[in-house]
Design a protein around this ligand. Structure first.
Ligand SMILES: Nc1ncnc2c1ncn2[C@@H]1O[C@H](COP(=O)(O)OP(=O)(O)OP(=O)(O)O)[C@@H](O)[C@H]1O
Length: 926
């Protein structure tokens, strides 16, 4: 019992004219009665500290309603005196979240807890805050490990998590630069639709979307997540929503609690009421939107008006995502690249681009503790940009590293896969590791025996067939979660499950049955499904094409999907849907091509009769040839004056290229190269990643005619450029803007430019090269007489690079258009450029927008303007020129009749000054 001296306090209040705390409670009684929603925590603390006794508590509990309870509490504490009242206020102040409605009032009365009260502890027994703790605890536990293929071999997330490239995109998918770290994901940077609440994170298979969410959840669980004050964090995997039956119904409350965790001792449902009242305190993550096996229309969706309403879980999800339920809550949604999510519900967009070279190095160091392994792996990676390209996708990198580690522990001489490794080889490697781990270990003396994948696969054929069958079964019915019955029906035993292809799924079986399974990764399911098609000796040979047929059927009708409204009027998702995403099927096709490739025949012949394998290969090849031909013929071709006939490829083109690369068939590659009849092919915004460049190169190397290639806005990176090396001899146009390219591959490109001298147009805008890259290019351009258009905006070549370009420009015989905008060039670099250009009669258009040019550059620029007779447009927008500098340019312009325009908007002039100069006619400020 704490000693109180209420009379002294009251006397003090009277003397100073202040209202005593006891009076205060009377004054604000009405507000307190209406706003104190949770009485439990107050009672617990008053009891604990001795301000109330058990009998008091019983009196309170006897009150019929919550408001009556509050009245009783007030009565009692007032009766007990000032200290009790002070302590009562202190509880409201300390247990902030539970009494959030009263916080403005406490501020208004300028509440400051007196020192003597601060010594009395307040324990949070409020169900809301306790629930938050529980959520944090459970999320912390669930996110500790990265799911690994062997459950006994779990890896701590913190030990292996490596940042990946996170590119911020606007609503038109244009790059807005990169996020610095995960903390920025929820921030305001890059928000293009402030009304919407969903942050969309996209990326290719295995690029790390789920792991990114796991990291986010882990940070939140440890209170380390910046830019959010979320008290509640609910995580969901979208594939769960496909496991519900059409007749299943659920309320929002159940969805939140059942699939995360239930609040304890919350008889009055306070937690849920709180969530409804403060939705902005809630953060959701929904992983894998592409895995929902229904065509969703986030805009025209029947509204679930009440959070209590029971309806199909998918409808609850959609209403959450589009902000019709729990409006104000934040959502992070992940999906494979290219998944259609209506922009209206997206707040901001982030694309994951995988490991950069620096990330890959970090990941290598984290993965391999032994220096010897690190060095070995680094050397082998350095030697193969193709392998690096594949390893820029964390999942593939993990498989390669994990396999290396295991096989290296068994065979001394095991090395990383060779330079021309395919994705199928990588998954074969993983399977080999699975089966070799299960096999009886060789006697110690024989440990370093020769590696024989054929033996390993032959020994594992029975379980491999069973796993493959299950994978195919799921693929056919569009399911990624399997119950025990399905697993057993494919012939899988409990022992087989230990191999590692499958992992148990917790909690989201509608019947509370924990024994459901999923494949370690969806791509693995695709791989095994393809294996099943290859292994099958019963079905007709043509059956292997089933997913190709499926994809092309969907592709043909996809334009109709825009006008189809689904889930309209009905609260049930449609059963079979022809428009659902089909990347997993595309992967199955890709693996089929790889498994049936000649290169893998030696291995596969140990599992499938050679004659059958041959027949299957022939069917596949014939199908590929026919479809390649018809695909290419069907591409829309249009003619341009400057660049000849152009074609903008469709998304399927990339899959086609990937499949051709996996087959390794020269004939099909030749056919494809020949089939591209256009002079210019546009692959912009096609989601080409560095690993795809080997596939493109595989086809282009068979091309006789030259070709313009536009690959702007993809994810090519240095690895991709290096893989394209042999193809640059065929290219008249090389457009690689916005592709994370840095100096190391610019050097390679520059070498090729010099070697072949066929490139006419070079677009390298918005990449990452510095003065070094600038110098390589300038030197290549100087030696190249074919080039006439160079765009290099948005790099960092600086003055050093500008000086190198100045040398290249001096009397260049062909360059007519050059952009060095946004490259950090100051007046020093500008002066070199101006001086070098004086005698150049070829350059017509010169862009130096958004650099750091001041009046210091003006005399040389003026001299250039006076003496140059070729230039028709000079762009100096967004620099730091003032009236003095521009006057010099204006004066010089009067001596030049060929220069049509100097654009000067965004320099340091007032509007009046701009108008004055604009009157001249050829100085433009708008
Ligand atoms: N940032 C990362 N750091 C370390 N490892 C990672 C990272 N991202 C992914 N991985 C590895 O790659 C595996 C696959 O990643 P993840 O499941 O997150 O890919 P995803 O993009 O969600 O793929 P999908 O679209 O197919 O579901 C992980 O299990 C992990 O081993």
């Amino acid at each position: 019992m704490y000693i109180m001296d209420s009379s002294a306090e009251e006397a003090r209040a009277g003397l100073t004219g202040h209202v005593s705390t006891v009076q205060m409670l009377t004054l604000h009684r009405e507000l307190l009665v209406s706003q104190v929603k949770s009485t439990q925590c107050i009672m617990d603390n008053l009891l604990q500290s001795g301000f109330l006794c058990i009998e008091d508590a019983e009196i309170i509990q006897r009150a019929a309603t919550k408001t009556d309870q509050v009245r009783k509490i007030l009565e009692l504490v007032q009766r007990k005196g000032v200290q009790a009242c002070e302590y009562f206020l202190y509880i409201l102040y300390k247990v902030y979240d539970a009494y959030i409605d009263l916080q403005p009032w406490l501020k208004e009365i300028n509440y400051q807890p007196p020192d003597f009260i601060r010594d009395i502890p307040v324990k949070n027994t409020d169900p809301i805050s306790r629930y938050c703790e529980k959520l944090r605890h459970e999320l912390g536990r669930d996110t500790r490990f990265i799911a690994s293929y062997a459950q006994r071999e779990e890896t701590l997330l913190e030990e292996l998590y490596t940042d990946t490239l996170m590119e911020l995109l606007n609503d038109r998918n244009e790059s807005l630069g990169h996020l610095e770290g995960l903390g920025q994901l929820l921030g305001e940077q890059g928000v293009f639709n402030s009304q919407a609440e969903t942050v969309l994170v996209t990326g290719d298979a295995g690029v790390g979307k789920s792991i990114l969410l796991q990291k986010l959840q882990r940070l939140w669980s440890k209170r380390e997540l910046e830019q959010t004050d979320a008290m509640f964090f609910f995580k969901f995997r979208c594939r769960m929503f496909s496991t519900f039956k059409e007749t299943d119904e659920i309320s929002l409350r159940d969805l939140l609690f059942k699939y995360n965790c239930y609040p304890d001792q919350d008889v009055d449902n306070e937690v849920f009421s709180y969530i409804l009242r403060f939705p902005e305190k809630v953060l959701f993550t929904f992983d894998g939107y592409d895995e929902i096996q229904a065509d969703l229309d986030l805009v025209n969706v029947p509204e679930v008006v009440s959070p209590e309403e029971r309806t199909h879980p998918l409808l609850v999800l959609i209403n959450l995502l589009c902000g019709k339920l729990l409006n104000g809550s934040r959502k992070v949604l992940t999906a494979r690249t290219g998944t259609d999510v209506q922009s209206r519900v997206i707040r901001k967009r982030v694309a994951l681009r995988g490991f950069s070279p620096a990330h890959l190095q970090t990941y290598t160091n984290l993965h391999f503790k032994e220096q010897e392994h690190r060095d070995l792996v680094s050397v082998q990676l350095d030697a193969s940009p193709h392998l690096c390209g594949l390893c820029s996708i964390p999942l593939f990198c993990w498989i390669v590293f994990k396999s290396f580690k295991h096989l290296r522990s068994v065979y001394d001489d095991f090395e990383l896969p060779e330079a021309c490794v395919t994705l199928t080889n990588i998954f074969l490697l993983l399977s080999e590791v699975f089966f070799s781990r299960g096999a009886t270990p060789p006697p110690v003396l024989l440990k370093r025996n020769t590696r024989c994948p054929a033996d390993t696969f032959r020994a594992g054929l029975r379980p491999l067939t069973a796993f493959s069958k299950l994978a195919l079964l799921g693929m056919e019915r569009g399911g990624f979660v399997f119950d025990q019955e399905e697993v057993a029906s494919c012939g899988l035993t409990d022992d087989d499950l230990k191999v590692g292809f499958l992992r148990p799924v917790s909690r989201y079986d509608a019947c509370e049955n924990p024994s459901t399974f999923e494949f370690l990764h969806l791509t693995l399911q695709s791989f095994l499904a393809a294996f099943s098609l290859v292994l099958d000796e019963q079905a007709s040979v043509g059956n292997i094409l089933k997913f190709f047929t499926e994809c092309s059927r969907r592709g043909n009708t996809s334009c109709l999907s825009c006008v189809v409204h689904c889930i309209s009027g009905s609260s049930k998702p449609r059963g079979k849907d022809p428009f659902k995403t089909n990347e997993h099927l595309q992967y199955a096709n890709l693996f089929l091509c790889g498994l049936l490739s000649k290169a893998n025949a030696d291995l596969l012949e140990h599992m499938v009769p050679a004659a059958l394998l041959k027949r299957k290969r022939a069917v596949l090849k014939s199908y590929l040839s026919t479809s390649v031909r018809s695909h290419l013929r069907g591409l829309p071709l249009y003619n341009t004056e400057q660049e000849g006939s152009k074609v903008h490829v469709l998304p399927n083109f990339l899959w086609m290229l990937r499949c051709i690369f996996e087959t390794g068939s020269k004939e099909v590659a030749q056919l494809t190269a020949k089939g591209i009849t256009a002079d210019y092919i546009k692959l912009g915004y096609c989601n080409v990643f560095s690993g795809d460049c080997s596939a493109l190169n595989f086809v282009l190397q068979h091309r006789r005619k030259r070709l313009g290639v536009d690959m702007d806005n993809n994810n090519i990176s240095d690895y991709g450029v290096k893989q394209l090396r042999p193809s640059f001899s065929k290219m008249t146009v090389v457009r690689l803007c916005v592709n994370q390219i840095s100096d190391s591959s610019v050097e390679v490109l520059a070498e090729e430019l010099i070697k072949h001298r066929v490139v006419e147009v070079l677009g390298l805008g918005s990449n990452k090269f510095t003065s070094m890259g600038g110098k390589y290019l300038a030197s290549a351009i100087q030696k190249s007489t074919s080039i006439f258009d160079v765009g290099m905006w948005g790099n960092s070549i600086g003055d050093e690079g500008a000086r190198a370009f100045a040398e290249a420009l001096r009397n260049h015989p062909s360059l007519t258009n050059l952009s060095l905008s946004a490259n950090g060039i100051t007046s020093e670099g500008g002066r070199s450029l101006a001086e070098a250009l004086k005698g150049n009669t070829m350059l017509r258009i010169f862009w130096l927008v958004q650099n750091e040019l001041s009046d210091d550059v003006a005399p040389d620029m003026a001299e250039l303007i006076r003496s140059n007779t070729g230039l028709s447009h000079l762009w100096l927008i967004n620099n730091q020129l003032t009236v003095g500098g521009i006057r010099q340019l204006s004066e010089a312009l009067s001596h030049n009749t060929s220069l049509k325009e100097i654009s000067l908007k965004g320099n340091c002039l007032s509007e009046e000054e701009e108008k004055l100069f604009e009157a001249e006619g050829r100085l433009r400020f708008h």
